[in-house]
Ligand binder design. Structure first.
Ligand code: ATR
Length: 278
């Protein structure tokens, strides 16, 4: 059998992985575009990660998504790492090239940005400062993409201050660190506000940062998408802010993988949202 006759396989590697919505996204697109292929969730332990990645191309895999807890570790395993994955400090999309090289990319930042731009058409990086709550891996991708889009000032606050300070050191003086106890104050005049913590997710505590200083002309987005409208987004909406939920980021970050593995640029539309939510 030549490699041309092979049914292309893709999937997502994580641990645990059962909760991942990626299979729904990819299966929707595979069906929609009539692509002969499969997308498989794979629970892989840390110790088996490298061997698994090296074996996958031999089994017919053209690429995989990577999720928690392997997104950082795959940068060391990959043969080629894109600049944006380097900057983000993690990769979520691996492509197995014909020459045997494993190519690692991070599409989280572009997923964030495309979600913002397509749901808040008026959003403009030059409008003013951005305020980000949280300084984990997701916040890092958001900071990289906002800086790249041209936002002049990023105010950053995290419960563990040293994590924000590390990001400031890495990304430079356009990032300004605010104490977690004063996170509400940094919202004054912020034109883009992002919850990049896991607070507000079903089963977690609510984000308790006071939103009194939020102005009605801010665009507010949450990376949490379960529930779709977090209490944080609901409060921002009541203040008059335009709000963007986090599901779109998940959908947009998947598109580049589908395109590089199956050769079709897929749509992110309401049908896809419904397929993922159903
Ligand atoms: P991810 O890669 O999704 O960003 P993470 O690196 O575990 O995941 O980051 C989770 C974020 O939520 C962090 O900013 C974390 O704050 P700490 O750095 O202080 O841990 C934040 N977070 C989680 N639980 C929190 C809580 N109860 N109060 C405040 N922040 C919380």
């Amino acid at each position: 059998m030549t490699s041309r006759d092979r049914i292309p396989l893709a999937g997502v590697i994580g641990s645990p992985v059962a909760h991942s919505k990626s299979p729904r996204i990819f299966r929707h697109w595979l069906t929609r575009f009539g692509v002969r292929g499969h997308y498989i969730p794979m629970d892989v332990a840390e110790n088996d990660l490298e061997a698994a990645i090296r074996a996958l191309p031999k089994l017919g895999f053209v690429g995989v998504n990577v999720t928690i807890p392997h997104k950082e570790r795959v940068l060391e395993i990959a043969d080629l790492v894109t600049e944006r994955a380097e900057l983000t400090g993690s990769a979520n999309t691996l492509t197995f090239r014909d020459d045997g090289m494993v190519h690692a990319d991070s599409t989280d930042g572009c997923g964030f940005m495309e979600n913002l731009r397509s749901n808040a058409a008026e959003w403009n990086p030059a409008q003013g400062p951005a305020a980000i709550l949280g300084a984990g891996g997701a916040a890092r991708a958001v900071i990289a993409s906002l800086l790249n889009a041209g936002v002049e000032e990023i105010r950053l606050s995290n419960r563990t201050r040293t994590r924000s300070e590390n990001l400031r050191r890495e990304f430079g003086a356009r990032v300004r660190v605010h104490d977690w106890s004063e996170a509400g104050d940094m919202l004054t005049g912020a034109k883009t506000v992002v919850n990049a913590t896991s607070l507000g997710m079903a089963g977690n505590d609510e984000l308790s940062v006071p939103l009194g200083a939020l102005s009605g002309d801010a665009v507010v987005t949450d990376l949490v998408y379960v529930p779709l409208e977090t209490e944080f987004l609901a409060q921002a909406r009541r203040t008059g802010c335009q709000t963007v939920d986090g599901l779109g980021m998940l959908l947009f970050q998947a598109a580049p993988g589908f395109e590089s593995w199956f050769g079709i640029r897929p749509h992110v539309d309401d049908q896809l949202r419904q397929a993922v939510l159903s």
